[in-house]
Design a protein around this ligand. Structure first.
Ligand SMILES: NC(=O)c1ccc[n+]([C@@H]2O[C@H](COP(=O)([O-])OP(=O)(O)OC[C@H]3O[C@@H](n4cnc5c(N)ncnc54)[C@H](OP(=O)(O)O)[C@@H]3O)[C@@H](O)[C@H]2O)c1
Length: 340
């Protein structure tokens, strides 16, 4: 069987660790795997398929012979090193925000716009976690009944910020329960037992950058440049799993049952929707799962063509590592990678 040489940049991080897990779970045809991080983690050993791999510092010579490089080490690292990896002949799949809105870089969710993946010039961008789960749920409906407007509120887990934020939530929770003072480090305020309507920096238009990413990225992925979208993104004291209350306005009326039928048949979606027995998606249940879970599907009583739903997914898996590995699998299936 044909194998592919892979490299992961940011291998020691939350997303990097999930990459390693998913490559094993999916039996991705890995030939050689190299793991990269900063000089802080160089020399650490990580396990892949029972084999210990030494983490190396990322340098401009790191990508020689790599077919696919998965980046999840932040925007600065991706901005600098992705073109270096692409120039060395690899296909880069980048998890950061560095290239997402670059017109020459495809922004891909395999359930929505798989064909875009093949239009790359060396770099393919993985969308923002909140955007990925939203478009997986929206697109099957949009295909049969054009969506005109989306209003979404997110409830985003701390794992979306990385390892340090997960540690901060644990430490703060302990301190609060012990009645001790909390000093925030990762977020501007305490996150334990709290909610923060601030994700990424604020823009001049009053939205946060995370909210604006949901607007721009959704339009690009769904090829819907005029889709009206307004988002409010909130960080919540949950470890894993982003939740979203999504209100959509359609061209024509769609009943809740019709929407349910469309979503049951949609790729990557699992419908959990029986309010009578309190069955609906929850982050605790979605953690570790691949699907985008949809429930609480109902017609919007305030709009003739409106629909409301509650959408939950594991932000580290479908929101990051899984989506990137699925893009790599697309390329492999079509023989569109690995000429080295
Ligand atoms: N977490 C999510 O749900 C999620 C979702 C979508 C996208 N992303 C994106 O994925 C990226 C990583 O997120 P994360 O949550 O995994 O963060 P994280 O847990 O903080 O891990 C960051 C990783 O980047 C590495 N790194 C930092 N500086 C580096 C440098 N100068 N050179 C090479 N490697 C460096 C770190 O290595 P050391 O161990 O050496 O520090 C670590 O492996 C970010 O761009 C983030 O926006 C995350």
């Amino acid at each position: 069987m044909r194998t592919y040489n892979l490299a992961i940049v940011g291998a020691t991080g939350v997303v990097g660790q999930e990459f390693i897990k998913i490559l094993q779970q999916h039996r991705f045809p890995v030939g050689n795997l190299r793991l990269f991080a900063s000089d802080r983690s160089a020399g650490r050993k990580l396990n892949f398929n029972g084999q210990e791999i030494v983490v190396e510092e990322t340098t401009i010579t790191s990508f020689k012979g790599a077919d696919i490089v998965l980046f999840s080490a932040g925007t600065e690292v991706s901005t600098y090193f992705s073109p270096v990896a692409a120039k060395a002949g690899a296909v880069v799949i980048d998890n950061s925000a560095a290239w997402r809105m670059d017109e020459t870089v495809p922004l891909v969710v395999p359930e929505v716009n798989p064909e875009d993946a093949f239009k790359h010039h060396g770099i393919i961008a993985n969308p923002n976690c909140s955007t990925i789960q939203m478009v997986v749920a929206l697109y099957p409906i949009h295909k049969v009944n054009t969506i005109k407007r989306v209003v979404v509120a997110t409830y985003q887990a701390v794992s979306g910020t990385g390892t340090a934020a997960m540690e901060e939530l644990a430490a703060q929770t302990r301190l609060v329960l012990e009645g001790r003072t909390v000093v925030p480090h990762v977020y501007p305020h305490q996150i334990a037992f709290n909610l923060l309507p601030e994700i990424d920096v604020f823009l001049d238009n009053g939205y946060s950058k995370e909210e604006w990413k949901m607007v721009e990225e959704t339009r690009k992925i769904m090829h819907a440049p005029h889709l009206a979208i307004s988002a409010t993104c909130v960080r919540v004291p949950v470890y894993i799993g982003h939740s979203e209350a999504i209100h959509i306005e359609l061209t024509n009326r769609l009943t809740a049952d019709q929407a349910r039928q469309i979503l049951v048949a949609a790729p990557g979606v699992a419908v959990l929707d029986d309010p009578c027995v309190s069955l609906y998606p929850q982050p605790w249940v979605a953690a570790g799962q691949d699907e985008v879970f949809v429930g609480r599907i109902r017609e919007d009583n305030s709009h003739a063509h409106g629909l409301v739903m509650w959408v939950v997914a594991d932000n580290v898996r479908k929101g990051a590592a899984l989506n990137a590995v699925q893009i790599a699998e697309l390329l492999v299936e079509r023989g569109a990678v690995g000429s080295q």
